[in-house]
Design a protein around this ligand. Structure first.
Ligand SMILES: [Zn+2]
Ligand SMILES: [Zn+2]
Ligand SMILES: [Zn+2]
Length: 222
C-alpha cells in the first residue's frame, strides 16, 4: 500500500472557470481544524474540515449548479486512492480532483487536451465569447446525447450542431426542429448544466432566426 503524505487538489474555480492547483501536506491538513484554499482570482475557495478521526469534509462552490457542495471523504480514501474525483451531484461536472500530484495533473491535462483540440479546430482562442463556457456546454450536450436524451420532437435523434460565438444551434436533420443554447457566460453554463434532456421543437424561440439561416444557406448553394 502506498500512502501519499503530499496531496494535490485540482479545483475548477466557480468564479473564473480555470483549474487551480493546491499542494498540501497531510500533516499540515491534520494539524488544523479547517483549511481554506483560495483560487488565485481570489473569488472562490475550497474549505477542508477535519471532521472526525476517519473523515474529512470538503466544501466546494460549484461552477455547475451554483450552489456549494459538501463532500465526505474517508481518511482511508484520501490516504490510499491515487485520485478522488468529486462531481457535482446535480450536473455531473467534474469539479475537483484530490490525490497524488501526478494523477491529479494527468486527469486535468486530459480535460484540457480536449479543450485545446476545440481551440485548434477553430484556429484561435477568440472565436468564442467565452471559450471555457462553450467547451463545458459542448461537453454537457455530448453527455446528454450519449445518454439518449437529445432528440427532436419528431422522434429523430440525428441532431446537427452549429457553433456560433455565443451560442449553440441544435437542429434536427429531418425536420425544422431546433433548440438554441446560449453559451457565453457562466450563467448560461449553469442553465445548460442543470439540463437532463434537450428536446428540439419547431416552436422554439430560435426558429425564425434559424429558418432564415437555413434559407440563406440554401440560396448560397444555388
Ligand atoms: Zn478563480
Ligand atoms: Zn453543483
Ligand atoms: Zn425533427
Amino acid at each position: 500500500m502506498i500512502i501519499n503524505t503530499s496531496l494535490t487538489i485540482g479545483y475548477k474555480c466557480s468564479s473564473c472557470g480555470s483549474f487551480e492547483f493546491f499542494n498540501l501536506s497531510l500533516f499540515k491538513l491534520l494539524s488544523k481544524k479547517d483549511y481554506n484554499l483560495t483560487c488565485r482570482c481570489n473569488k472562490s475557495r475550497v474549505t477542508i474540515f477535519n471532521y472526525n478521526l476517519n473523515e474529512f469534509k470538503i466544501q466546494i462552490p460549484c461552477i455547475g449548479c451554483g450552489s456549494d457542495h459538501v463532500f465526505t471523504i474517508s481518511r482511508n480514501d484520501l490516504l490510499t486512492k491515487t485520485v478522488n474525483v468529486l462531481r457535482c451531484p446535480n450536473t455531473g461536472i467534474e469539479q475537483c480532483f484530490i490525490g497524488s500530484d501526478e494523477e491529479v495533473r494527468k486527469r486535468i491535462d486530459s480535460l484540457e487536451k480536449e479543450f485545446d483540440e476545440l481551440i485548434n479546430l477553430f484556429g484561435y482562442d477568440n472565436y468564442f465569447k467565452n471559450t471555457q463556457v462553450m467547451f463545458d456546454a459542448l461537453n454537457k450536450i455530448h453527455d446528454i446525447a450519449e445518454s439518449g436524451n437529445l432528440f427532436c420532437e419528431c422522434g429523430c435523434n440525428e441532431i446537427e450542431m452549429l457553433l456560433l460565438s455565443d451560442k449553440i444551434y441544435l437542429k434536427c436533420s429531418r425536420c425544422f426542429g431546433v433548440e438554441v443554447i446560449n453559451a457565453a457566460s457562466n450563467k448560461d453554463l449553469k442553465d445548460i448544466l442543470t439540463k437532463q434532456q434537450i428536446i428540439l421543437t419547431t416552436d422554439s424561440p430560435g426558429i425564425i432566426q434559424c429558418r432564415s439561416k437555413l434559407f440563406i444557406s440554401k440560396t448560397d448553394e444555388n
